[in-house]
Design a protein around this ligand. Structure first.
Ligand code: NAD
Length: 507
């Protein structure tokens, strides 16, 4: 039990594990091996931060109203941060006349700021390695202020189930840093990323533990991490597979940046085919417009679906006829002034409250932001036919219960967002073989892998023990119908258990 007698995230998320373990009479020792992570690494990363100009608080403004404006060649000297502060690059001091009083300067056109000297800062960092019986630990790196051991344990275990479901030869891990990445400059983020790998170097590697991007990280950060890990190593080219999600020009895979969103769409296609729903013209509500959400939106939009509302950390935009997704992508990801990369203030739609967002009628809801968003209250409001879980752990156990009662179908996260790790595996394979596959090749393999395993999960859910040219559901069925989330866990546990039962245990 966590604090206040409430269950921790980890305990909540393991409920499906325990349910499936009972159903298949999972070997007792295997169950014990999987109940807790192999390793929980918690450490600290320290870096030097730059001097900042922080906007003056209102009460202080009057005192400095007469301060002479500085002649700062502001454009190039100041780097704006999403929290309203600026990084002061020292070259500004060389080329501009600055007037400062009590640490305050006035920059014409920008306002009044207090100089906050930089210095060393310490951040809490994590890497949880849950299980490696099927292959090297694998999982994303999250940079976010609300991370914890409890959360990373949950996400690391999810990776163990997901890699088994996607049939990629990896285990499960997750990690990251407790930080708001929007409050730091690119250079500071680079240093923080390098330092993270410096500390973790002996615990990672292409055959040991392979990070990838997650919330708050991206291909750029993966490049820093690869550099830090491989620089100076004798056979550094053989080590490119130490991280995935890299830029295609430096050993990344075609299709990787869109793979998670693409996988969500493949699962939706498979669901829609059986449900008799045409995705062309279908209405979609989407939470999260980052890597996963924007890719899913672009692909669905190109297929003719209507993205009627998008909610993110900054607000919600809505357009009944369907948002112009390419324009929204430009607004969020290609506009240097949109520092928080939010859909808010998109001119091609109207604002909406978060409550109204969840209640918007649509055929499909895609949560692609953080976990725990679909609780009992939100699940009661939803007016959709299917929930495609692009995010990790978006639905609470209470939310799940309500969805079941209301007949809203769920495509569980462990298959729905497995496209990312599947193409990460293709990237890793290409790195090992020094090959480069086309996007068509990547997507063809991805489509088959996801649709096949999703169909298998649904057969297990229905208790339909049949054999098809692509899979044999007979050895997975538990003799009765089960919910689809439990069915996915059954598939994962059977595949993991086989390794322990056949290989045995070292003593
Ligand atoms: P990202 O950082 O690129 O985007 C996150 C999005 O969530 C942003 O649009 C942000 O505004 C939104 N968001 C954050 N807090 C929010 C809040 N409180 N309310 C509403 N929206 C909020 O992250 P991403 O890589 O797109 O990951 C999104 C989800 O998908 C996460 O749950 C992640 O674990 C999962 N996932 C990602 C990958 C991948 O390949 N990147 C793979 C599998 C699963």
């Amino acid at each position: 039990m966590g604090r206040n007698g409430k269950k921790s995230f980890y305990e909540q998320s393991m409920e499906t594990f325990h349910r499936a373990a009972e159903l298949i009479h999972l070997d007792r020792r295997v169950r014990m091996e999987l109940e807790e992570p192999d390793f929980e690494h918690i450490f600290y990363v320290t870096v030097e931060t730059r001097d900042r100009l922080v906007p003056l608080v209102l009460g202080d403004l009057a005192r400095f109203a007469d301060l002479r404006p500085s002649d700062v060649r502001a454009g190039e000297a100041l780097e704006p941060l999403a929290d309203g502060a600026f990084i002061l690059h020292r070259r500004a001091l060389l080329s501009a006349g600055i007037t400062m009083r009590e640490g305050v300067i006035h920059i014409p056109g920008k306002g009044f700021f207090r100089l906050e000297p930089g210095g060393p800062r310490k951040f809490k960092a994590y890497r949880i390695q849950h299980n490696q019986v099927r292959g090297p630990y694998k999982g994303g790196i999250r940079f976010h202020p609300d991370v914890s051991l409890d959360l990373f344990k949950t996400l690391a275990a999810d990776m163990t189930w997901k890699t088994a479901i996607a049939e990629v030869p990896f285990g499960g891990a997750k990690g990251g840093i407790k930080i708001d990445p929007f409050a730091f400059s690119r250079e500071e983020i680079e240093h923080i990323s390098l330092r993270y790998v410096y500390k973790l170097k002996n615990l990672m590697g292409p055959f040991l533990d392979i990070p990838a991007p997650d919330v708050g990280t991206n291909g750029e950060i993966m490049a820093y991490m690869m550099r830090q890990y491989t620089d100076g190593e004798r056979q550094h080219h053989a080590l490119r597979g130490v991280v995935t999600g890299k830029d295609v020009r430096i050993g990344g895979s075609e299709g990787r940046s869109r793979a998670t969103g693409q996988g969500v769409v493949y699962c939706l296609e498979e669901w829609a085919r059986e449900a008799g729903l045409e995705l062309r013209g279908a209405r979609v509500i989407l939470q999260g417009f980052g890597n996963v959400g924007s890719a899913a939106a672009e692909i669905l939009h190109a297929m003719g679906a209507r993205i009627v509302a998008v909610n993110d950390a900054g607000g919600t935009v809505h357009r009944e006829a369907g948002l112009d997704v390419p324009a929204l992508v430009q607004h969020v990801h290609a506009n240097p002034r949109n520092l928080r990369r939010t859909v808010a203030a998109f001119p091609g739609g109207t604002a909406l409250s978060e409550d109204d967002f969840w209640a918007m009628p649509a055929e499909v809801c895609i949560p692609a932001a953080l976990g725990g968003e679909i609780d009992g209250r939100v699940a009661e409001r939803l007016r959709v036919r299917v929930l495609a879980e692009a995010a990790n752990g978006p639905t609470t156990p209470e939310g799940d219960e309500v969805l079941r009662r209301r007949g809203i179908e769920v495509i569980p996260d462990v298959i729905c967002n497995a496209g990312g790790v599947t193409v990460s595996y293709y990237e890793w394979l290409q790195n090992q073989r020094l090959e480069h596959w086309t996007e068509a090749e990547v997507n063809a393999r991805l489509e088959q892998a996801l649709k096949k395993n999703y169909a298998l999960i649904r057969d297990v859910a229905r208790g339909q023990g049949r054999r098809t040219p692509l899979y044999d559901a007979r050895s997975y069925c538990v003799g009765e119908p089960v919910d689809v989330r439990t069915a996915a866990m059954v598939v994962a546990l059977k595949r993991i258990e086989a390794h322990y039962l056949i290989e045995g245990f070292s003593q």
